[in-house]
Write a protein that binds this ligand. Structure first.
Ligand code: NI
Length: 254
C-alpha cells in the first residue's frame, strides 16, 4: 500500500474534515502516513494523531522558518516527545533561505541541535532545504554522519541528488514531479535508483496534477506513483511496493 512519508494532517486546513479524510485513506490504498511537525505548537497535535489512528506515525521537530519559537524549555519537551512509541523521526528540520524568516545563524544552530537529538535517540531525520543547497550539504556532512535521512521535496541539482544517494539518503518525491515545468526533477527521478526514492505529499500543500492548486491529501499519491512509473518505465504498482518497503525500513515500522 501507499506510504506517505511526509504529511501535515495537523494543519488548520484539515480542521473541518480531518476525521473524514483520514478514515478514507485505507479504502484509497494508503497504508501508512508519517505526520511531520513544523512548529512547536504542532507537536501535541501530531502526537494526538498518532494515538488516535493506528496507521498514522509522527515526527517531532521544528521547520527552519519557525525555529525562533524554540528555547531550552520546549527543546527539553521535544526530547521527551521523541521517546513516544509512534514518534519515528526528527522532522521536519533544515534550512530555508527562500523565506529567510529567521536569521541564518539561528536556523543553522537549531538545525545542528536537532540533528544531535536525532543522534542521541537513534532516530532518522526528515530534511527541509530550500535555496540552501551548499550549507545543507555541509551541515549534513559535518553533523549527520550515520543518521539516516530523507531529503524532503528535493529541489536541487542532479549531481547533488546523486551525492545524497551515495551518502545513503533517500529522496522524497511528491506532487512537483507531475508538474510540466519540473524538468530537472523528472530527470533526477529517472536517473536515481528506486531504492532511494520515497513518496510524500507535504499535504495540504503541493497537490499533483490534475489537482494542482487544490488542498492536497495522501489520496493524490497514485498520480505521483504513476509519474515516477512512467519516467522509469515500470508499473505504478512496483513504485508503490518498493517505496513502501523503503519507507518502512527507514522509519523502522513493522
Ligand atoms: Ni512539510
Amino acid at each position: 500500500m501507499i506510504f506517505d512519508t511526509h504529511a501535515h494532517y495537523d494543519d488548520g486546513q484539515f480542521d473541518e474534515d480531518r476525521e473524514d479524510v483520514l478514515l478514507t485513506m485505507q479504502a484509497g490504498g494508503v497504508g501508512t502516513i508519517v505526520d511531520a511537525s513544523a512548529t512547536v505548537n504542532s507537536w501535541e497535535r501530531v502526537l494526538e494523531l498518532t494515538q488516535k489512528y493506528p496507521f498514522v506515525y509522527g515526527m517531532i521537530g521544528v521547520h527552519p522558518d519557525e525555529v525562533g519559537d524554540l528555547n531550552e524549555d520546549n527543546f527539553a519537551r521535544m526530547e521527551q516527545l521523541l521517546q513516544k512509541e509512534k514518534i519515528v523521526a526528527v522532522g521536519e528540520i533544515g534550512l530555508d533561505y527562500y523565506w529567510d524568516k529567521e536569521s541564518r545563524d539561528l536556523q543553522e544552530a537549531w538545525f545542528v541541535s536537532q540533528l544531535e537529538l536525532a543522534r542521541k535517540w537513534n532516530l532518522p531525520v526528515n530534511i527541509h532545504s530550500r535555496e540552501a543547497a551548499a550549507d545543507t550539504m555541509q551541515i549534513m556532512k559535518e553533523h549527520a554522519r550515520g543518521i539516516p535521512a530523507i531529503i524532503h521535496c528535493y529541489s536541487y541539482s542532479k549531481e547533488m541528488a546523486e551525492e545524497y544517494v551515495r551518502m545513503g539518503y533517500l529522496i522524497g518525491v511528491g506532487g512537483v514531479v507531475t508538474f510540466k515545468n519540473a524538468k530537472r526533477l523528472k530527470e533526477i527521478v529517472k536517473e536515481i535508483p528506486l531504492s532511494h526514492i520515497v513518496l510524500e505529499t507535504d499535504c495540504p500543500y503541493l497537490a499533483p496534477e490534475p489537482n494542482r492548486g487544490k488542498r492536497n491529501s495522501s489520496l493524490n499519491l497514485p498520480y505521483v506513483a504513476q509519474a515516477i512509473a512512467e519516467l522509469k518505465g515500470i508499473t505504478a504498482e512496483e513504485v508503490i511496493r518498493v517505496t513502501e518497503e523503503n519507507a518502512k525500513r527507514f522509519y523502522r515500522i513493522e
